[in-house]
Design a protein around this ligand. Structure first.
Ligand SMILES: [Zn+2]
Length: 355
């Protein structure tokens, strides 16, 4: 072997060694990054609270947000279901509980929840303004239950600081945002054909609603916001853009889910948190089902007072018959915008690729 050939071989070996070392370093760095974010995925679980709302979000950082707590009574049934969902998600506390409004099917579960689960901070739209004894009682019970916990009143434009997610409050106490940072409002062609909606003096119209962004993935939850406020939010310009996942507003009641909002946000997938005999109205189902980009409309229950033409196929329904089973719908989303939905009754998962 000539001297120069030997030198070339030594150089080639040195290059190979350097590449090997840097790959090793890269692999180690990658492993460390993976360990810091165990799955790199956002979990959104629509917990079955039999026609109320309770939606658990767990970010890759492990930080969590629970939107609403289901009903009071039933021996803490809904709090038990929330605790079970937390256990499965591997979390031992909820960092933020957002109460959308002070109706029993959303705030009623708070006393039972705080008896079982550690909560970091409660968020809500501010004092109850509904002139009804039941709602005043709900609000009083809520204030009593959260005594000793931090409480923050949220306004449109506020954010909920969960590491790795961008959570913006769109609506609260009857007010709404006109622009979301990073999203250019666009004229909404569906406003022109919208019919007038009545004033709603109830707590529904004051629902705190949020837009959750995780990379390219977007999730919209507006609580029980009713038609007039929905239209005010997205007309004449839509500040939300399109979303991947839509929690069908107000459990699929037909005094929410105006065409102007549902068609404008044009979700790819929707989850309706109806009960066996609560909401899931044909008109609301039809609007979501015919919206421009919809692939699937999942339901927590068969809407048993509706008909077969206004219910999804059984594979997309967590609880096909009656109440009490408590099966959930679990969404797992990636930053690239792809996500999956699992029906915990069947164990089957459907994938939705990124776009
Ligand atoms: Zn409700």
């Amino acid at each position: 072997m000539s001297c120069s050939r030997f030198v070339r071989l030594v150089r080639a070996f040195a290059v190979l060694l350097a590449v090997g070392v840097s790959c090793g370093v890269f692999a180690l760095a990658h492993a460390q990054a993976t360990a810091a974010t165990p799955h790199g995925k956002l979990l959104i679980e629509s917990i079955d609270v039999e026609g109320g709302q309770s939606t658990l979000l767990v970010a890759p950082s492990g930080q969590s947000l629970l939107v609403d707590t289901g009903w009071q009574d039933h021996n803490g049934r809904d709090a038990e279901r929330i605790a079970a969902a937390m256990h499965e998600a591997g979390i031992t506390r909820i960092d933020y509980v957002l109460i959308t409004h002070f109706h029993d099917d959303h705030v009623g579960g708070v006393p039972a929840l705080v008896a079982r689960v550690k909560v970091g901070e409660f968020l809500d739209h501010g004092e109850n303004r509904e002139d009804a004894a039941a709602t005043r009682n709900n609000y009083a019970a809520y204030l009593k239950a959260i005594a000793g916990h931090p409480r923050r009143i949220v306004h449109p434009g506020d954010t909920i600081p969960i590491k790795g997610l961008n959570v913006v409050v769109l609506t609260a106490d009857g007010q709404h945002i006109s622009a979301v940072p990073g999203i250019k409002p666009v004229p909404n062609p569906w406003c022109a054909g919208e019919h007038p909606w009545p004033d709603d003096p109830t707590e529904n119209a004051r629902s705190a609603g949020i837009l959750v962004t995780f990379g390219k993935f977007k999730f919209l939850d507006l609580g029980d916001l009713t038609g007039k406020k929905e239209v005010a939010l997205v007309c004449p310009a839509n500040p939300i853009g399109k979303v991947d996942l839509y929690l069908v507003t107000h459990h699929g009641m037909d005094w929410s889910n105006s065409r102007a909002i549902v068609y404008a946000i044009s979700p790819r997938v929707a989850i309706m948190n109806n009960g066996a005999h609560k909401a899931g109205k044909p008109a609301a189902w039809e609007i979501v089902h015919t919206s421009p980009r919809i692939v699937d409309l999942w339901q927590l229950h068969t809407a048993e007072d509706s008909d077969a033409a206004h219910n999804s196929p059984e594979a997309l329904i967590a609880n096909p018959k009656g109440d009490g089973d408590g099966h959930a719908l679990k969404v797992v989303a990636l930053r690239n915008g792809s996500f999956s939905v699992t029906n915990t009754r069947t164990g089957q998962t459907k994938q939705y690729p990124h776009q």
